[in-house]
Ligand binder design. Structure first.
Ligand code: 13P
Length: 249
């Protein structure tokens, strides 16, 4: 049994003041079940705050929601993998659906970001997932497999790289429509078998998380589903009390 991963993606919510209050409330009340890792992905401006609050722990870590693929230079508004690491990020999200569909990020760009993270030994979590029209057209498998293969295509020594996959069907994000545990398991099983093609038995160690309208009421069922190694939570992770319930599921 892998260590479950419970990940909070605050998206563009909670500035440094709110982040500090959240971390105090969460860490004061969190009773770690002992078997899991909690990741908080705050906005970049909160990273130092969240990293400082979790510095003494190995079971609660800070991540960054996005990086640029270049090491440094004239890229106004962007943050590099090394800068994120320097500020305390211990993992980076790559290719979140909002990056892909609101900001037009491509599979090729995701691949460059995974490479940039791997180069500085910053673990990454590659997000994949189909849109509703793709699902209705029967293209789910093709879309998800393409995002997986292309996203990982530039990472050197993939077999020894530190990474995770998050399957987040776009139609389930922020809509209250959750994939059933059976549907999530089916896609996770496909992802696992594709990873086996790429990296053999190491695939068994790669956490595959589910995301999309996870809440306190559906978290336990999803987490218990075969091949679901963790949850990536948006809306229900922004407030400490709600997140506490899910993190302790
Ligand atoms: P919601 O939990 O708000 O549906 O968001 C999911 C998500 O995008 C997490 O990365």
């Amino acid at each position: 049994m892998k260590r479950p991963i419970l990940a909070a993606n605050w998206k563009m919510n909670n500035g440094p003041t709110a982040a500090k209050a959240f971390m105090s409330a969460f860490l004061e009340n969190y009773q770690p079940p002992g078997d899991r890792t909690v990741i908080i992905f705050p906005p970049a401006v909160d990273l130092i705050t969240v990293a400082a609050a979790t510095a003494a722990r190995t079971d609660v870590i800070a991540g960054i929601q996005n990086i640029h693929w270049a090491e440094k230079g004239a890229f106004t508004g962007e943050v590099s993998a090394m800068m994120a690491k320097d500020a305390g990020a211990r993992i980076v999200l790559v290719g979140h659906s909002e990056r892909r569909h609101v900001f037009g990020e491509t599979d090729a760009q995701c691949a460059k970001k995974c490479l940039a993270a791997a180069k500085v030994q910053l673990p990454f979590m590659l997000c994949i997932g189909e849109k509703i029209e793709q699902r209705e057209a029967g293209e789910t498998e093709a879309v998800v497999m393409r995002q997986l293969r292309e996203g990982l295509s530039q990472t050197p020594n993939l077999i020894s790289a530190e990474f995770m996959i998050a399957y987040e069907p776009v139609w389930a994000i922020g809509t209250g429509l959750t994939a059933s545990a059976t549907d999530a398991s089916a896609i996770h099983t496909l992802v696992r078998s594709e990873l086996k093609q790429m990296i053999g038995t190491r695939a068994n160690e790669i956490p595959i998380l589910y995301g999309g309208s996870v809440s306190a009421s559906n978290a336990a069922g999803l987490l218990a589903a075969p091949e679901v190694d963790g949850l990536l939570v948006g809306g229900a992770s922004v407030e400490a009390t709600s997140w506490l319930t899910i993190a302790q599921t």
